[in-house]
Ligand binder design. Sequence first.
Ligand code: 5GP
Length: 198
Amino acid sequence: MDLLKKKIRDEGVILSNSVLKVDSFLNHQIDPVLMKEIGREFARLFQNEKITKVLTVESSGIAPGLMTAIQLGVPVVFARKRKSLTLADDLLTASVYSFTKQETNEISVSRKYVTSDDKVLIIDDFLANGQAALGLAEIVQKAGAKVAGFGIVIEKSFQKGSELLRSKGFRVESLARIDSLEDGLVQFIENESEVVNV
Ligand code: 5GP
């Protein structure tokens, strides 16, 4: 995903050695052209998996999750971080420690929308220590559904999330893999099989 890497290089703001701000295209303002590309790429990567549902977590996972769901022709469900009056009973829940907010949230999904018939593709904007991803996987498993894998927009490979998920046998596809944010520079892990668009 050269377009994504270019966006990160040109517009990403390194807040510390471990936090990248991408508010201009992913976390606040959203670049629809980039989201469309992201959706296409995740759909291509998981096209043979017979996905029945995309699952993400509000709010920054919704845009890439929706674009992926459009391409796959399946619904997208987002886990809620706050209790809602209209989301009262029969919830699947998981506790998630937030890396950026440094607090624990209970995320929840109605049992109605993830069922034992589902094969679920989990999408999120960032993968850091893997807590959000594992919380979503826990919800899928509590529903008796199957996790087909994870589609991550930006993986910070120097944190432990990707290793943790892969060690549990999950398939993880990340569109940009960051090796380091040190010295104010974004260093990507280059992927040999990546198609380079000139
Ligand atoms: P994890 O649960 O893997 O530790 O962290 C993933 C979640 O934290 C993502 O859903 C994302 O919202 C947030 N996050 C983690 N690292 C970053 C980062 O460097 N920048 C931004 N903008 N969000 C991050």
